[in-house]
Unconditional design. Sequence first.
Length: 71
Amino acid sequence: MTQLKFADLEAFYDELATAIDAVGPENETVFLAKLVLSIAQEFGASDRLSALVNECMETPDTSLTAGARLI
């Protein structure tokens, strides 16, 4: 599987932030759940999806540099 270029990841982050603002705080959780389930359906690797869920529950690494792997 290929990783996004940093510029593409940054553009997606901006698009995601705009969408979260647009749906508002009362719909943020449902929006994010729908998005994650849609991405999971496209991704299709259930074992890797489970690993990502567990990795994302860990304490975030605040020492990341631009372009570094997030998890």
